[in-house]
Design a protein around this ligand. Structure first.
Ligand code: ADP
Length: 262
């Protein structure tokens, strides 16, 4: 999916001239990025280049320093002069948040809740589902990630790969329009990486949800992404199809980055 194609249709996500600083450190230096509905976008780049920050702003876990982020045609952030011009009203933001799901490197499960409760909590609290309705949705998502037999287990009783699959089910149950996967295999033992990637692959194949896949798994990015962006120093340095990015990198920055994975 190319930028021109994205421009013609309604983007599900649109970052316009986004900057983000932590104190004096400017980590995002003016990014424009559109994601089309259903598009699978891989985000690659060196550590510290702002990839996680990009996802966290979409999840409203970080406030941009300036710029605009639209989600499904509505303003999520519109910030000028360090002021939150639109941080919408809480009700609006609440609804928008439900459109984005995020899975983190370190799972972030609720340790005192069993698997089923971890997954039913948000549909009950945020979507107002009944206990039965939430349980039904949760079980169907846990089945999708292969964990329907672990409903009563607690996170501490699960392997890293299983925890991450619960985290994926927990995000999916909200039926988001966009999912951010933030280096979801980085904290896993190598033998557990495959089972998590397999689940993501299956979700990607279903096709309807857009994905922002922040990853160091280059082979996986190549396999499932429609488009890859390479970011460095807070900017998008290069973007294109997986073939363009991995087989024919143009910038020296990307060429030397990719050498580390060969
Ligand atoms: P990446 O995901 O590409 O590794 P991040 O978005 O996590 O990059 O971080 C970009 C830079 O911002 C890093 O230098 C990191 O240390 C810094 N950073 C991230 N979050 C915070 C924070 N909450 N406070 C201060 N600095 C942060």
């Amino acid at each position: 999916m190319y930028q021109e194609d994205c421009d013609k249709m309604q983007s599900i996500v649109r970052y316009s001239n986004i900057t983000k600083s932590y104190g004096d450190l400017e980590v995002i230096k003016g990014i424009d990025l559109d994601i089309a509905p259903g598009e699978k976008l891989a985000v690659i780049g060196p550590s510290g280049s702002g990839k996680t920050t990009l996802g966290r702003m979409l999840m409203t876990l970080e406030v941009p320093t300036s710029g605009t982020i639209e989600l499904d045609g509505e303003l999520l952030w519109h910030i000028r002069d360090k002021e939150r011009l639109i941080r919408a009203n809480e009700k609006h933001l609440h609804r928008m948040r439900g459109s984005v799901g995020m899975v983190f490197q370190h799972f972030n499960l609720f340790p005192h809740m069993n698997v089923l409760r971890n997954v039913t909590e948000a549909p009950r609290k945020v979507l107002g589902m009944s206990k039965e309705e939430a349980a039904e949705s949760a079980v169907s998502m846990l089945r999708k990630v292969g964990l329907e037999d672990k409903l009563k287990m607690y996170p501490a009783q699960l392997s890293g790969g299983q925890k991450q699959r619960v985290a994926i089910a927990r995000a999916l149950v909200m039926r988001p329009k966009v999912m951010v996967f933030d280096e979801v295999t980085s904290a896993l033992d190598p033998e557990l990486v495959g089972e998590v990637l397999e689940v993501i692959r299956e979700i990607a194949e279903e096709g309807e949800m857009a994905m922002m896949l922040i990853t160091h798994e280059m082979d996986f990015a190549k396999e499932i992404a429609d488009r890859v962006i390479f970011g460095a120093d807070g900017r998008i340095v290069e973007q294109g199809t997986p073939e363009q990015i991995f087989d024919n990198p143009q910038s020296e920055r990307l060429q030397s980055f990719l050498k580390r994975f060969r």
